[in-house]
Design a binder for this molecule. Structure first.
Ligand code: ADP
Length: 385
């Protein structure tokens, strides 16, 4: 018998770890954080913390000492260190053999092909001649280290392949070529899965990206056929099971113009396309991530409202944005709005927070969430409504 919950170690001090802290408080689950620098987003809210380098095994050992389980805010911890922690007797969730599919796009593509999961046509390429043989137009991606559209090049002309190979040479990674998918929109299927094998699937959402960065999410995806929604959830559940994912798995998908779904990529942690669930679902992705990695029964992923719209607050190109200063207008205009800030300073293109609006009318939710995000971003003037 134990009344106190064990401490969960979390590697990485970004906003995802910060947002895990909220349900951890409610559940009475102590977190211990490894932050990459003092004062980063999660380090502002998780008291028990170590500041250090997540690529250093001894630092990882110091943080996880006494913790039965370790989980992550990001996917960048070296695989060999994760195996070493497992050998020390710590449950690494998600485990290294699952996580590699979120770290390496070539490994992910090969495994999904084995599982018969629909993906864009793809091949690893080493030279521009390989790209020519693959066929243009195509998309080139670094197999490792990309995020938010960095490490992705649309190539319509062979000359446009050069930056990809330069980036690959500089960092020692491979390049994956993919067909340029003519997609209608991007979808995301999130599931939580526990080590015991329990799984919960969130409603499939539609996401809009600007310059490779997630900008807006609508839950559930409007006008998505029940058959395609079911297929997307089945793909996510099947991938989570086959790869033995523990915690949240986000499957980013393309809905093609001719009504198929293709997997774009996998993330094994709470994901931007699941932030709507903080206010729009019975159990948020952050709480279900905690429950899953601690092997507790999962909470219901069912929506609380007909629609939830999430819009990211990104730093604009100028310094006209406002965060706390924007509260009076945003809160007075829309008392139902839910605001989530990450404790980060505004910088161009940086995700510093998001807003959620939920209700029965999609257009109303869109207007309210877009207005608030634009207000914080500084796109609306002082007098503008
Ligand atoms: P990241 O790892 O940076 O998130 P992604 O692989 O998700 O990179 O690609 C970023 C964006 O580029 C996607 O959200 C999508 O808009 C576009 N993209 C990626 N792959 C393709 C593809 N094969 N065809 C068309 N667009 C693509």
């Amino acid at each position: 018998m134990s009344e106190r919950a064990p401490t969960l170690a979390v590697i990485g001090g970004g906003q995802l770890a910060r947002m895990m802290a909220q349900p951890a408080i409610a559940l009475g689950l102590p977190l211990r954080l490894l932050a990459e620098a003092p004062g980063v987003s999660a380090a502002q809210v998780i008291v028990d913390q170590v500041v250090g380098d997540y690529t250093d095994l001894e630092t990882l050992r110091a943080v996880t000492a006494g913790c039965p389980v370790v989980t992550f805010d990001h996917e960048h911890v070296p695989t060999e260190h994760l195996h070493a922690l497992e050998a020390d007797g710590i449950a690494v969730r998600p485990g290294p053999d699952a996580l590699v599919h979120a770290q390496d796009k070539a490994v992910m593509r090969a495994r999904l092909a084995e599982l018969g999961v629909p993906c864009p046509r793809n091949a690893v390429v080493a030279t521009t001649a390989d790209v020519e043989a693959f066929g243009l137009p195509c998309v080139l991606k670094t197999t490792r280290g990309g995020y938010d559209g960095k490490g992705v090049w649309v190539v319509r002309d062979l000359a446009e392949a050069t930056p990809a190979f330069e980036a690959a040479a500089a960092t020692g990674v491979q390049i994956l070529a993919e067909e340029l998918v003519d997609f209608r929109r991007e979808l995301s299927a999130l599931v939580a899965r526990s080590p015991s094998g329990q799984a919960a699937a969130y409603p499939v959402v539609a996401s809009t990206q600007l310059d490779g960065i997630c900008h807006e999410v609508i839950a559930p995806a409007p006008d998505l056929s029940p058959a395609l929604a079911g297929e997307a959830q089945q793909v996510a559940l099947r991938v989570a099971g086959a790869l033995d994912v523990t915690g949240i798995l986000a499957v980013e998908l393309f809905e093609t113009a001719d009504g198929r779904i293709l997997v774009n990529e996998l993330a094994m942690r709470p994901h931007n396309t699941g932030h709507w669930s903080q206010d729009g679902a019975v159990t948020s992705q952050f709480e279900n991530h905690l429950r899953a990695v601690m092997d507790l029964p999962l909470g219901s992923p069912a929506p609380r409202a007909r629609w939830t719209v999430m819009v990211n607050i990104l730093g604009g190109p100028t310094d006209t944005g406002r965060l706390y200063d924007g509260f009076p207008h945003a809160m007075a205009r829309d008392p139902h709005l839910r605001v989530h800030l990450y404790g980060k300073d505004l910088r161009p293109g940086r995700k510093v927070g998001h807003v959620n609006a939920y209700g029965d009318d999609l257009d109303d939710c869109l207007e309210r969430a877009r207005h608030a995000a634009a207000w914080f971003r500084g796109d609306l003037g002082e007098t503008s409504e």
